[in-house]
Write a protein that binds this ligand. Structure first.
Ligand SMILES: Nc1ncnc2c1ncn2[C@@H]1O[C@H](COP(=O)(O)OP(=O)(O)OP(=O)(O)O)[C@@H](O)[C@H]1O
Length: 611
């Protein structure tokens, strides 16, 4: 038989043209049919109509099922969508990672973090819990163990970070309050941060009433918020995955710092807090709104480094239960757009801390258009611009803008421009208030200034007392909680006699080593050798203050010295005079170095000018 002849079949013969067309529609058809024919003697073309019919039926059945399923979902299923760039996503992921039933899922994402995105830090949370654990549980319960074995246990445990398991992409079914729920995690394709932003979680339940989903989400939120308990949560404005976009990144949650531990003139401290409280009062908000005054409050804390500016800010946030948003204006990647987007994302009530506002482009004065004297080195008040001149930028400033970083006009815009956020408390700190542009300091932008200075005699006494006073939850050297013999707040416990700390012939006082190698045995400290009288500590504080000149050292410097003698205040007192001398010598040497560098720079400049 002629091989080119068409084969008669039950469904009719296929011509060469038909086969060619089929080849176009179903690539590989010709090859497959020849293969089947030659090996199995099976003619596909004979069943073609049947196969096409089945394919059409399959497709339409699938489509119909899809439509029915879509309608069923619409009519009988409630669904919540949670997006990655929303805080609810973190609530849910946090909750999920702590659900025992989620451990049963066979498709999951394993990791140290519950999500790969920017605004959460679970490891920090875990670290904090572990720190508390380490102090209170491990050591307390095993008072007899040596430091080495305790420390070995802690470090070994630290090596193993807790794994978190969250459901991977796809659908997962689970029971919640006796109701079957479905969780679907969808991650759209991409690689850049903003495509990752498309990640979604869908929570579904049967029925038109979504109450169960809302209950679950509320529970997740509560669990998430609960973990901060009474901690002060600190956010930092930073770039997302090294991209251009900035966002607030939750960097840590710390136990609040008691305000009493910040040494500052009592009146100033209370004025500051009273002012914030007054500002936060609902009647104040109404008062501002009624009068059309923007509801904002700004504070400037200024003084030398290490005088307590940041500490006061942190203590205030803890006391008022406010979140602290810290932003470094020195970042060259930060521009006006990202700054305003950061400010627009602030919650209604919070403290924004801008540290060292004297740095970077902020001190570059915006000269009025007519003047061109402003240079990048000129301090703000040397070429003081008048209010309103802030928007006009000198060529130097424009050049600075190109380099990146934030400019004064950008900062002023976010602080109190038309689109500036309301309700937040803005605290700026600086070491050089004289370098700041008066435009930044005008009322409305800065409503209260607090000066931090070197410690006075009273400050030194207070610092000494706060360091050596026994706190309620301090651990004694043997690992047991300290006993307050007078039971009152702020009771103090001091060693009566300091054994083994006699001065060397050269006057050097040996530092008592921190007991990290020795065995911390129960009962090593004789309770009889401890004096628990407030009068005693105040007497020691007075002695210490007498040895330290007033108005010469910062609280940080004195604290640094006292930390060498955490358990031995009397040794600290004995060594104070010598420490003062050494510290003075060091300062002088440093000043000499700085002067030398400045002179060199001047001479170099002079040479260049001449040239
Ligand atoms: N007034 C103070 N009261 C209590 N502690 C203080 C005080 N000043 C400094 N310290 C201690 O010194 C350290 C540094 O303090 P802090 O960061 O608050 O200083 P700062 O003024 O913000 O410094 P900088 O200007 O360098 O940012 C902290 O450990 C803090 O406990």
């Amino acid at each position: 038989m002629d091989s080119n002849q068409t084969i008669p079949t039950t469904t009719g013969p296929l011509s060469t043209t038909d086969t060619a067309m089929l080849e176009v529609l179903v690539p590989g058809y010709g090859f497959m049919s020849r293969l089947l024919m030659s090996y199995l003697n099976f003619d596909v073309s004979a069943y073609l109509q049947l196969l096409v019919g089945l394919a059409v039926f399959g497709a339409s059945a699938r489509y119909t099922l899809f439509i029915i399923w879509a309608h069923f979902n619409e009519l009988f299923v409630s669904r919540a969508e949670i997006r990655l760039d929303d805080e609810a996503f973190h609530y849910l992921m946090f909750w999920i990672s702590r659900q025992p039933h989620m451990k049963d899922t066979n498709r999951f994402v394993a990791g140290i973090k519950t999500n790969s995105y920017w605004s959460d830090n679970d490891t920090e949370d875990e670290d904090l819990t572990r720190d508390e654990d380490d102090e209170n549980v491990s050591f307390n319960s095993e008072k007899e163990e040596s430091f080495e074995s305790y420390w070995a246990k802690v470090t070994t445990r630290d090596k193993y970070k807790k794994m978190q398991f969250t459901p991977s992409e796809g659908c997962h079914y689970f029971w919640y309050k006796s109701r079957p729920l479905m969780l679907e995690r969808v991650n759209r394709d991409g690689g850049t941060w903003y495509v990752m932003n498309n990640e979604r979680i869908y929570l579904s339940c049967l029925g038109r009433n979504p109450a169960i989903l809302k209950t679950l989400l509320a529970e997740a939120q509560q669990a998430y918020v609960e973990r901060d308990k009474n901690r002060t949560v600190i956010y930092r404005g930073s770039r997302i995955n090294a991209g251009q976009s900035f966002n607030w990144y939750r960097c840590m949650a710390r136990l609040p710092r008691p305000l009493s531990t910040v040494i500052l003139d009592q009146e100033q401290k209370h004025d500051f807090l009273d002012d914030i409280k007054e500002y936060l009062h609902p009647r104040t908000r109404r008062w501002y709104t009624n009068r059309g005054i923007p509801y904002r409050r700004g504070y400037l804390l200024h003084g030398p480094p290490g005088t307590g500016k940041t500490s006061l800010c942190f203590a205030a946030a803890g006391l008022l239960g406010l979140k602290l948003y810290v932003l470094d204006l020195n970042s060259t990647a930060l521009n006006e757009e990202s700054l305003s987007s950061l400010f627009s994302e602030l919650p209604r009530r919070c403290i924004v801390l801008l540290e060292d506002v004297d740095s970077a482009g902020i001190t570059k004065t915006r000269a009025p258009p007519s003047t061109s004297t402003s240079t990048s080195d000129t301090p703000a008040n040397d070429a003081t611009p008048k209010e309103g001149s802030t928007e006009a930028e000198s060529p130097a400033a424009k050049e600075e803008d190109k380099k990146g970083g934030i400019t004064l006009s950008a900062l002023l815009n976010v602080i109190d421009g038309v689109a500036a956020s309301e309700g937040r408390i803005l605290i700026m700190t600086t070491n050089h208030v004289d370098k700041l542009d008066p435009a930044l300091l005008r009322p409305g932008r800065v409503d209260m200034k607090i000066v931090f200075g070197y410690t006075s005699e009273a400050d030194i006494k207070e610092l000494f007392t706060s360091i050596y006073a026994t706190m309620d939850n301090d651990l004694a050297r043997n690992g047991a909680p300290t006993i307050h013999t007078n039971g009152s707040n702020g009771s103090v416990k001091l060693p009566k006699t300091i054994v083994g700390h006699t001065a060397k012939p050269n006057g050097e006082i040996p530092r008592k080593p921190l007991q990290i190698n020795g065995k911390m045995e129960k009962g090593k400290e004789d309770p009889q050798s401890l004096v628990c009288l407030r009068s005693n500590i105040s007497e020691l504080a007075s002695k210490f203050a007498a040895a330290i000149p007033s108005g010469e050292f910062t609280a940080a410097e004195i604290q640094g010295y006292l930390l060498n003698y955490k358990e031995t205040p009397e040794i600290a007192i004995q060594g104070a005079v010598e420490w003062v001398q050494t510290a003075r010598d060091k300062k002088r040497a440093k000043e000499g170095e700085v002067e030398g560098v400045e002179e060199e720079a001047k001479a170099e400049k002079g040479k260049n000018d001449k040239a």
